[in-house]
Write a protein that binds this ligand. Structure first.
Ligand code: DC
Length: 220
């Protein structure tokens, strides 16, 4: 069974997806982390983030791997643990451009389908229910208001000790919404058959229970 969770930046997808996977006792595929890892690799190796074919080649040469350990999901490229580095601001600022290239998406989608080809998985991203796993048994479009998503992202960064301005974060959330929804290749859309879950004012536990309940129902 596949549980596909898509939605805009800051809707809480990764927190929710990880918790749903834990509740179901299945693996979690964070596809945003895969695009982030490629962005980091491009920045480290000097590959231009506007050069789609070169980025796709880079992704083929150094496939991202996800490992589940006691400390949660860890992300590796070429044996190097980049779990923390892919969350840094310069990666966040460049990842939308990297993810917009059709060549890059083709490579990532193939890899994601490989990973989820057998067994049960929870995955989150922008195109899981629409492109990567259109036959997913459970499809959720997780969203929340722009203000709420900006507040959550702000709280997360402050908790990590970063000094950030809420206004700047709100602008970034809006900019990424626009970039992810208006790109030509696999824009963020509500997939056919997806249930829209608006998490504004909802607690994490409530959201997780709702999606785990949908999965249980689909399992029959
Ligand atoms: O969910 P996130 O913030 O880690 O995603 C990082 C970027 O990758 C974001 O700009 C959208 C893009 N992305 C995508 O285009 N398709 C996916 N399946 C997952 C993420």
């Amino acid at each position: 069974m596949i549980v596909a969770i898509d939605g805009p930046a800051g809707a809480g997808k990764s927190t929710v997806a990880r918790a749903v996977a834990d509740a179901m006792g299945v693996g979690y595929v964070d596809t945003g982390a895969m695009y982030r890892a490629l962005t980091l690799l491009a920045m480290r190796t000097g590959v231009d983030v506007s050069d789609g074919p070169a980025l796709a080649e880079l992704a083929r040469e150094h496939p991202v791997t996800l490992e589940h350990g006691r400390a949660g999901l860890r992300v590796f490229i070429a044996g190097d643990d980049v779990t923390m580095a892919i969350r840094e601001a310069d990666v966040t600022a460049n990842v939308s451009e990297v993810a917009a290239h059709p060549d890059v998406r083709a490579e990532m989608v193939a890899r994601q389908r490989d990973i989820m080809g057998a067994g049960d998985w929870v995955s989150d991203g922008r195109d899981i229910g629409s492109v990567v796993c259109p036959d997913a048994e459970v499809k959720v479009f997780l969203t929340a208001s722009v203000d709420e998503r900006a507040r959550r992202r702000h709280a997360e960064l402050v908790a990590r000790g970063e000094q950030v301005d809420l206004r700047a974060i709100r602008d970034d959330v809006e900019r990424r919404d626009h970039a992810d929804s208006s790109r030509a290749a696999s824009p963020l859309v509500v997939a056919d058959g997806a249930e829209i879950v608006d998490t504004t004012g909802m607690g994490i536990d409530e959201v997780v229970a709702r999606i785990a309940g949908m999965a249980q129902e689909a399992r029959g």
